[in-house]
Structure formats: structure tokens, C-alpha cells
Ligand binder design. Structure first.
Ligand SMILES: C[C@@H](O)[C@H](N)C(=O)O
Ligand SMILES: C[C@@H](O)[C@H](N)C(=O)O
Lengths: 160, 160
């Protein structure tokens, strides 16, 4: 398990926008992200989970410099997309465990989450890929998160 | 924009489990994924979005062969984690656009979502990384999704 984790990274350069209560039907995500793209907003992470009762939430991260523009764009499409509410969260950090073969090591995700839990760090968002597990946490806990993850995976240095 | 998309992939090998209404406090994700790991469940994709009123949902994908065991594990931790409800969805496909420099090309995500919307394909889940945008769609629409995305990005062949 230890052998597959290569680095811990963290990123404080982005803010999160959550759009809540959108209709779970074709065209909603297209309209929202086309609007953001047309306004030059550099969307990075996008997370949408399964819907309940026909509505769902979509969160995305943007550079801090694009946050105000993102909120203007979401406000402009709110009536058309039937967005119940939307909110910005500038105070976030994305902490990631980078490795190889994560899919065949189910314990890596569990140990990352355990490590954060033992340090009392709440996980606000999760997104994974074949080589990376990312958690959004409060930016005030980013340094602590990186430190406890280093210790857990016995890594000397992180990537900045 | 076209230049950065390299391939379209699709994956029918997994099922999705959604755990709804868990408390958004440290330790919940750790407990759930430790249990799954201890039972040898190979979790692949994990998606958790922002919470509302202190609760949130977590979805994850597993090989079809691990679906029953996943549901047993979730049922076993349901009281301890205060899970409101959980459900399995075996009929899914993950369709991905693979490229480079996605972060600096905000139009790529928008065009992927537009392409699926125009084909009447609903997006059930979204997860992204620096080189990949993944959408979970109904498995019955996987082939159509791959075909329309190929046409949109002018790719001759996809990775299988
Ligand atoms: C919520 C949103 O993703 C919607 N399901 C769509 O396909 O656009
Ligand atoms: C919901 C779950 O991720 C919780 N916030 C935790 O930290 O475990």
C-alpha cells in the first residue's frame, strides 16, 4: 500500500462554487459550462453526484480571480436552469494523494480519509482518478492535512 | 480546442453505489471506505459534493462482481453512519474525454456536455482531472455517447 503513493500535493489557488437544486435533465450542465467558458472562466475541477427526486447539485472550482465572474454567470443562468441556490466558497484547499495502481489498492483511499479524520479535518468534496485521490478541505487545515498525510505515507517531501 | 482532445474512452465494467444523507463530519468517509477495503471491494471512482444542512451524499463505482458485497457492507455501517438511504445502479457507463491542458481550455467540458445534451443523453455524474473529463451515463446510451463525441472531436478511433 505504501509503495504506491508517490506524493502529496495541495492547491490553495482556487475557490469552489456550488450550484444546488438543478434539474437532472440533458442540457443543464451544457448550458452552465458553456456560459462559464464564453465568459472566459477557467473551470478546473467539476463534481456532480447522483440526483434525488430529479434534482442534483454541481460544484466546480475556479481560480480566485475568476470567482466574481463565475457568480455573475451563475446568477444570469439561474432562472433558465431553475437553480434553487448557489454559493461561493473561497476558503478551500485541495489536498491530493498521488500514486499508481490506486484502483487495485482499495485501502489507499480509506487510509487517506482515516488520516484526515484522525486530525479532525472534515472532507468537503472528493474526486478521484486512476492516479490521484483529491479532497477539498478548509484552507486553514491545508498545512495540517499535508503534514499528517506525509507522515502516514512516509514521504519526505511533497510537490508544491 | 480540438487539438487537445486525444481520445474518447468508455467503461461498462462497473456499477455505481450512492449513499445518501450521511453526516458531513470527520470520520464518515474513513469508516465507509475502510469497511469496503476490509471486505476486498475494489472501489474505483469516488464522488462527493458539498453538503447542505450538514448532510451529503457519496457515490462510488465498483466492478459488477463487487456490487453485492458493497451493498452488504453499506447496510452493515448504515446505523453507525446514519445513512438515510443507499442504492445500487448496475446499468451505468463511464464515458471520458481524454486530452491535455483541459484546465486552460474551458470550452472542452462545455462542448462535451453539449454533445451529450444534443443527443438527449442525461449526465448522471461528473468527475474531472487535469487530463480527463468523465461522465456517467445510462449504459444503454454508451455507444451513442462515444459515437457523438467522436464526431464532435473529429477522432477516428477510440480507446477501448
Ligand atoms: C445535472 C446535469 O448534469 C444534467 N443531468 C445534464 O445532463 O445536463
Ligand atoms: C461526508 C464525509 O466526507 C465527511 N465530511 C468526512 O469527512 O468524512
Amino acid at each position: 500500500e505504501q509503495a504506491t503513493v508517490r506524493a502529496i500535493t495541495h492547491d490553495l489557488s482556487e475557490a469552489k462554487v456550488t450550484v444546488s437544486g438543478v434539474a437532472d435533465q440533458p442540457g443543464v450542465a451544457a448550458r452552465l459550462f458553456r456560459s462559464l467558458a464564453d465568459h472566459g472562466v477557467n473551470v478546473d475541477m467539476i463534481v456532480q453526484n447522483a440526483s434525488a427526486e430529479g434534482v442534483t447539485d454541481i460544484s466546480f472550482t475556479v481560480p480566485h480571480a475568476d470567482l466574481d465572474e463565475s457568480m455573475r454567470v451563475v446568477a444570469a443562468v439561474q432562472p433558465e436552469l431553475g437553480i434553487r441556490e448557489f454559493a461561493a466558497e473561497p476558503g478551500i484547499a485541495r489536498v491530493s494523494v498521488i500514486g499508481a495502481g490506486m484502483k487495485s489498492n482499495p485501502g489507499i483511499a480509506a487510509s487517506m480519509f482515516e488520516c484526515l479524520a484522525e486530525a479532525g479535518i472534515n472532507i468537503e468534496m472528493i474526486s478521484t482518478s486512476a492516479i490521484r485521490i483529491s479532497c477539498v478541505v478548509d484552507q486553514d487545515q491545508a498545512e495540517q492535512a499535508v503534514a499528517v498525510l506525509h507522515a502516514a505515507y512516509e514521504l519526505d517531501k511533497s510537490e508544491y
